[in-house]
Design a protein around this ligand. Structure first.
Ligand SMILES: *[C@@H]1O[C@H](CO)[C@@H](O)[C@H](O)[C@H]1NC(C)=O
Ligand SMILES: *[C@@H]1O[C@H](CO)[C@@H](O)[C@H](O)[C@H]1NC(C)=O
Ligand SMILES: *[C@@H]1O[C@H](CO)[C@@H](O)[C@H](O)[C@H]1NC(C)=O
Ligand SMILES: *[C@@H]1O[C@H](CO)[C@@H](O)[C@H](O)[C@H]1NC(C)=O
Length: 295
């Protein structure tokens, strides 16, 4: 009777050891990089503050534009769009405008000064002062359309550039939900689709916690040019939940992970080895105690 009682205490102890080994001291980290929200704010301010101006010589702007050669520039949302305007003399005033509607243009920049309240727009003189470049930080869908560069030479030169935006999106292989057996590896591969530029970062979130720099138990994050992979060598029930792949310049994606409690081979082997070691140590202790008791 006493013997079996001892055994059940040992199993409780063993379970406690196993549980203690698998608990991660989670450091809660709030998601503070909600870029899209920030941009919406900037956008809202821009919409309110844009001054529409009508160019005096815009009598037939629609026909004029369609008759001219228009350069097309493609950029990825969340990066920087770059529009070029080549000039011959560097002693001239250069304006950048954005077409709004059929015959009105909004003034963005005059030389290097930004006239829009939206400070995402700025112009700089590059390539030995021979290229007045318009930069649009974190471009978004509403920034698409026709831009005009006016060079105040005699006569005035006008350059038209059409901006097209491409929204890249993240994708996790296998879709959701992803079911993994306890003790088996959990592998999440996130790839970027329609991406022109490599991302500045790709963050992995488990629920609300960013885990890139908080990995335990041999877990690893590997980055490639167009994606990232999260590997947890032995999935445990606490690894279940909502995982999000959040790239700097592409729409994020989430996947639900379900860790099945089924006793996988590896877990059984693991428990068996622990039990073996435990009883070996215990029997050794017992025999040494008995030896001491004997005179
Ligand atoms: C700019 O300089 C060029 C020669 O360097 C000159 O021919 C031209 O008239 C100047 N333009 C203006 C607007 O001063
Ligand atoms: C723009 O810059 C040119 C020389 O870089 C200068 O001659 C011109 O006066 C400037 N225009 C304005 C409106 O500041
Ligand atoms: C702009 O021009 C197009 C084609 O010329 C016309 O169908 C449309 O009604 C115009 N829109 C506005 C706001 O004037
Ligand atoms: C998972 O998390 C993302 C990002 O927080 C959220 O948008 C999504 O709705 C969540 N999915 C589920 C099923 O809770």
């Amino acid at each position: 009777m006493r013997h079996s009682h001892n055994h059940s205490t040992s199993i409780v102890l063993l379970v406690l050891v196993l549980v203690a080994e698998t608990i991660n001291p989670a450091v809660a980290e709030r998601r503070n990089a909600d870029h899209s929200k920030h941009h919406k704010d900037a956008n809202g301010r821009m919409q309110r503050s844009h001054k529409s101006i009508k160019s005096p010589e815009n009598a037939k702007p629609h026909n004029e534009v369609t008759n001219k050669k228009v350069a097309v520039v493609q950029a990825q949302t969340g990066t920087v769009a770059v529009l070029h305007c080549k000039i011959k003399h560097n002693n001239v005033t250069v304006l950048w405008l954005k077409k709004q509607g059929n015959d009105s243009f909004t003034l963005l920049t005059v030389n290097a000064s930004t006239h829009s309240w939206d400070k995402r727009f700025y112009a700089s003189n590059e390539k030995d002062n021979k290229d007045w470049t318009l930069h649009i930080m974190y471009p978004k869908e509403s920034d698409q359309g026709l831009y005009e560069c006016q060079i105040f030479t005699e006569p005035k030169t006008r350059v038209f550039v059409k901006l097209e935006l491409i929204e890249a999106r993240a994708e996790i292989f296998g879709g959701s939900p992803k079911i993994v057996k306890a003790g088996s590896p959990l592998r999440l591969s996130c790839v970027l689709r329609r991406s022109i530029d490599p991302p500045m970062y790709i963050f992995w979130y488990h629920e609300d916690r960013m885990i890139n720099y908080d990995l335990m138990g041999g877990a690893a994050v590997r980055h490639g040019r167009q994606g990232s992979e999260l590997v947890i060598p032995r999935a445990e029930p606490e690894h279940a939940g909502n995982y999000s792949c959040v790239p700097s310049n592409a729409r994020q994606v989430s996947v639900l992970v379900d860790v099945k409690h089924g006793h996988s081979k590896k877990v059984c082997q693991h428990i068996f080895i622990k039990l073996l070691i435990f009883f070996k140590v215990k029997s050794r202790l017992q025999s040494s105690l008995e030896q001491r008791r004997q005179p």
